[in-house]
Design a protein around this ligand. Sequence first.
Ligand code: C5P
Ligand code: C5P
Ligand code: ZN
Length: 484
Amino acid sequence: MAINEEQVKTFISSANQAAKLIREHAEKGSFIHVVSHLDADGIAAAGIIGKALLRLDAKFRIRIQHWVDEKILGDITADKPDLTIFTDMGSGYLDLLCSVLKEPSMIILDHHQPVGENACSLCQVNPHYEGIDASRDISGSGVAYFVAKALDPSNVELASIAVVGALGDLQDKYEQKSLGGLNRIIVDDAVKAGYLIEEKDLIFFGRETRPIHKAIACTTSPFIPGISGEEDKTLAFLASLGIKPKHGDKWRALRDLEEEEKTTLCSALVDYLMAKGYSTSALSLVGNVYTLTREEPWTPLRDGREFSVLLNATGRLGKPSLGVALCMGDRAEALEHAKQTLDEYRRTITKYLSWVMEKPERMEELDAIYVIRGDGFINEKVVSTISSILSTSLPKPEKPLLIYARVLGEEFVKFSARTIDMMTNQGLDLGEILRVAAEKYAGRGGGHNIAAGAQVPIENIDGFIKSVNELVKQQIGSKNTIIL
Ligand code: C5P
Ligand code: C5P
Ligand code: ZN
């Protein structure tokens, strides 16, 4: 569904209102507490708002959180901020926020489905209120960007960071993996200002920077079973196609391939994926790539998708402030440190993916969903990434995937669920399902139609899983759709 001018206008006017409130606080020297979400989009959003606040010479602190609960709100209150800004989170917790944080002013810059009543008249910028599809048309960092741009036109330099955030949230759902909706305005801003180039190519990580076999092996979207994470097998695959990985003694990067070689590689991978039954993945090998022109070649910041994975890595491995610093413009040491974090993150993901693949029974198949019980093995902070990766290559792609992991020191587990466009187009809404099932089982859940999560007490794991399975069945059944 295309967005119309009226929607854009009302959205921008709500961003202007938030900007006005932020400026007023900055001018009177208020202490501002920014709370943002742990994933790439949330970290990008925090970086954008952080840079905008820095430009205003405001007093502020940024905290990155995985979710909102009473404990986290208690920490915020203890900080006694004059203004709290939530980015890429908050709208899903309106009742809680209004009941706990009533005193200080609050701003929410989010793209999650609003849940509950805004009973305390807090200032909220959320594209849902304009009827915009916020799982593909704009991300949390995009919302933050519109506010930053309203604060100061120089903040247009942050547009490419909002592009990175949107890619991190997998919003490249338009033709050939391009960004659309309000994200299109952001891409255009970044391109016009000379910070970004958008072009079509094979979508492999490190297309400019890595040896071909490494670029292919590093790519997990789409996940290519037997190739993703497996450099040796990728080398053998290239050899079988007659593609030389080296020129003399120098490794070749994807950009060094002749057009003909690219075509050979692409069709061989499509054949490979089709033969294994992964037709959806086969379609997503070519698409729009987003290059951040001001970043040094040979760094993971140069390619928008790779940058987003780097941000995710910092968040998931407990170093989100590194990611925020990069988004605010830090390089040198911060970048070196972030690269090491990225390597560690890749190793962690490969380890978990191999663990899942090792034994087929680790992926349980119920009537309507797949379930992976990560228990104490999968780290709770990485469970979302694992579910995103695996959901692109399920034997029956119409069945959503539900994964959980234990949360150290807590009495609840973290669930993460993913489905594919084909199912959301048929009316499946995982955000709604996880919210309803979690409420039934004394937990808290929500998210987007395509990607959702929940925290659920340990003793209710089985009940919750059953309930999600039933709700998926009901929701699909009630739409009178045919399951493939
Ligand atoms: O909290 P937030 O909205 O930023 O997170 C969205 C999450 O949904 C991200 O982790 C993103 O990777 C995931 N997602 C997904 N598949 C999609 C769209 C989003 O896994 N098609
Ligand atoms: O944690 P995960 O990436 O699986 O979450 C997918 C989406 O669901 C994210 O956008 C996240 O913010 C949202 N979510 C939520 N409420 C929860 C857990 C996750 O809105 N309790
Ligand atoms: Zn987001």
